[in-house]
Design a protein around this ligand. Structure first.
Ligand code: NAG
Ligand code: NAG
Length: 167
């Protein structure tokens, strides 16, 4: 599935971003990609079988630094541990076992709701197939942070939790 942020979403994110924040990095001309811890739940090593549910708690990355009004999130299950190179040219995980969907954090109270839903608070393990029973799988997030000061560059922040798939 393709994820194309609507212009109104980008405009809203830019409108709500702060231009007065002190700069923490030199202003990059290209997007910045990095990993930072975002998952509070599930924890590393969680064992789950298809159809089981667990709490999902994930942070809205870099929100204090860039002050976007909204932060898009993509959520995936991967077969191998991700790194920067797991993201393709559109900053999505190109290879995955399961795509949970695209979600949207609303960072400021009072902003209008968007059509993209907020992140779910529970995660249900999809049926990954018998070949993954007993295997490690990786719950992975990719968040897009628009409008970072001083020049409005974009940050892509990813994280992952290692899980075990069981029957
Ligand atoms: C990912 O790329 C960023 C630069 O954009 C770099 O700072 C970071 O160390 C890289 N992380 C990994 C795991 O390669
Ligand atoms: C990147 O991966 C996503 C799947 O997560 C896919 O839909 C998209 O077409 C890929 N982008 C490119 C440029 O291949």
């Amino acid at each position: 599935m393709h994820f194309t942020p609507t212009l109104s979403l980008i405009a809203a994110a830019l409108a709500a971003s702060s231009v007065a924040s002190p700069t923490r990095r030199q202003s990059p001309s290209d997007p910045v990609v990095f990993q930072t811890p975002e998952f509070s739940a599930p924890v590393d090593g969680t064992i789950m079988s298809a159809g089981q549910s667990t709490a999902l708690e994930i942070g809205s990355a870099e929100w204090n630094h860039c002050h976007p009004g909204y932060t898009p999130l993509g959520l995936y299950m991967l077969a191998s541990e991700p790194d920067n190179s797991s993201l393709n040219s559109t900053y999505q995980f190109g290879e995955y076992l399961y795509f949970f969907g695209n979600f949207l954090f609303t960072n400021d109270q009072g902003l209008p709701p968007m059509s993209t839903p907020p992140p779910p608070t529970t995660l249900t393990m999809p049926d990954l197939g018998a070949q993954y029973v007993g295997q490690k799988v990786y719950l992975a997030s990719i968040e897009t942070i628009f409008g970072c000061p001083p020049n409005g560059y974009t940050e892509y922040v990813w994280d992952w939790v290692q899980m075990y798939y069981t029957d």
